[in-house]
Write a protein that binds this ligand. Structure first.
Ligand code: ADP
Ligand code: MG
Length: 331
C-alpha cells in the first residue's frame, strides 16, 4: 500500500528528530500544530509552516486575493490551535510568471490579513516555477501554556468552535460538481472555502480553560484521532450534536451534511478538550465575545474512537484529507 502523509512524516522526519539530542530550549518538536520554543521565563514562541499548491489546495482559477487570504489563515489557524498570538511571518513564493496585477492583488490581501492579526513580515524567498506559496508563522504564548494535542484527559468535554462541513460543500460548488439555487447559501459556502477565518481570538480565550487543542484542517475524525493518539486516550462523539450551518443543512441531505462535517477538510475550526468544571465558564466567556462553542463528545479511557447518533451506535470511517491519497482539484 502507498505510504500515507502521516506515516511518511513519522518514518522519515519525526523518528529522526527523536533520535538526535534535542536542544534544551525546544519544548515541543514535530507532531503538533506548531513547534514550541522557549524564549525566556515568560514567553514561548510557536512556529508553524503551511504550503499551498495550485490545483491541489485550490482550483487553478482561484483569485490571487482568495489565495492570499487562505495562505494567511491556514497558518493563523495553526497558531490559533496553540492558543498563541501571531507575531512574525516569512513568505516563500514560487510563481510561473511575474504578473503585476496578480501580485498586486495577492500582496495587498496578504498584508491586510497579516496586519489585522498583528503579524510583521520578516522576509522570504521568491523563485519561478509552478504556482506554490508557503508561509511560516511565529506566534507567542506565556511560557508553558500553549495548547497541545497531547494533553487531553479522560473525562474531558470535547468542544468545537463554529460549524463543520461548509468548506467541503464549498469545494464541490467551486468545482461545479454541485449546483445550488439559493444564491446566498452558495455565496456563504464558497466564502467558507476561500476565506476561512482562523479562530485566533477564540484560541487565546480558550487556552487558560482547556487541556488540549487542534485545528480541523483535514476533517473532524482524522484530526480528533491525532489528539487521541498523541494523548493516549479514546473518545465518544455524539453525531447529532455536530454544529452544522443553516446553509449546509438546507443544501444537502442530512447524511451528506454529516459526511462533509466528519470527513471534509478546510474547516479551520478549533477542537478543544477541557475538564467538565471549565465548560460553563468557558462557554459563558465565548458567548459574551459572540463566539460559538459546541460540546460534541467526551474523552474516554483506552484508545478507541466511537460515535453514536441519538444514542444508537454510528459507524465511523477511517477517512480524511491525506496528500498522498487524493486527486488534484485542477479545474
Ligand atoms: P497541520 O495540519 O496542523 O499543519 P501537518 O499535518 O501538516 O500539521 O503536520 C503534522 C506534523 O508533522 C507537524 O508537527 C509538522 O510540523 C510535521 N511535519 C510535516 N511535514 C514535515 C516534514 N517534511 N519534516 C518535518 N516535519 C514535518
Ligand atoms: Mg493544524
Amino acid at each position: 500500500m502507498a505510504l500515507g502523509e502521516f506515516d511518511l512524516i513519522r518514518r522519515f522526519f519525526a523518528s529522526a528528530s527523536v533520535n538526535t539530542d534535542l536542544p534544551p530550549d525546544l519544548v515541543l518538536g514535530i507532531g503538533d500544530d506548531a513547534a514550541i520554543i522557549r524564549v525566556d521565563a515568560q514567553r514561548d514562541f510557536v512556529i508553524t509552516t503551511d504550503t499551498m499548491v495550485a490545483g491541489r489546495h485550490f482550483p487553478l482559477d482561484t483569485s490571487p486575493s482568495d489565495i492570499a487570504h487562505k495562505l494567511a489563515h491556514v497558518n493563523l489557524s495553526d497558531c490559533a490551535a496553540m492558543g498563541a498570538s501571531p507575531r512574525f511571518a516569512t513568505l516563500a513564493l514560487c510563481l510561473p510568471q511575474a504578473d503585476e496585477s496578480w501580485l498586486a492583488a495577492f500582496a495587498q490581501t496578504l498584508q491586510t490579513q497579516l496586519q489585522q492579526h498583528g503579524v510583521c513580515l520578516l522576509g522570504g524567498d521568491t523563485t519561478s516555477g509552478p504556482l506554490n506559496l508557503n508561509l511560516t508563522l511565529i506566534g507567542e504564548v506565556p511560557s508553558g501554556s500553549a495548547l497541545r494535542r497531547d494533553r487531553a484527559q479522560v473525562g474531558d468535554v470535547i468542544a468545537l468552535t463554529g460549524t463543520l462541513g461548509d468548506a467541503a460543500l464549498g469545494l464541490q460548488l467551486a468545482l461545479q460538481a454541485q449546483h445550488l439555487k439559493d444564491a446566498n447559501a452558495r455565496e456563504y459556502l464558497l466564502r467558507r472555502l476561500h476565506r476561512p477565518q482562523a479562530r485566533v481570538q477564540a484560541g487565546q480565550l480558550i487556552r487558560p480553560h482547556a487541556h488540549a487543542g487542534i485545528d480541523i484542517s483535514d476533517g473532524l475524525i482524522q484530526d480528533l484521532r491525532h489528539v487521541l493518539q498523541r494523548s493516549n486516550v479514546g473518545a465518544i462523539v455524539d453525531i447529532e450534536t455536530l454544529p452544522l450551518s443553516t446553509a449546509l443543512r438546507h443544501s444537502v441531505s442530512n447524511a451528506q451534511a454529516l459526511d462533509y462535517a466528519l470527513y471534509g477538510g478546510d474547516d479551520y475550526e478549533l477542537l478543544v478538550t477541557l475538564a467538565e468544571p471549565e465548560w460553563s465558564p468557558l462557554q459563558a466567556r465565548m458567548a459574551s465575545a459572540g463566539m460559538a462553542l459546541t460540546q460534541i463528545g467526551r474523552i474516554t479511557a483506552g484508545s478507541v474512537l466511537t460515535a453514536r447518533y441519538c444514542g444508537q451506535p454510528f459507524a465511523l470511517q477511517a477517512r480524511g484529507f491525506d496528500h498522498f491519497s487524493v486527486d488534484d482539484i485542477s479545474s
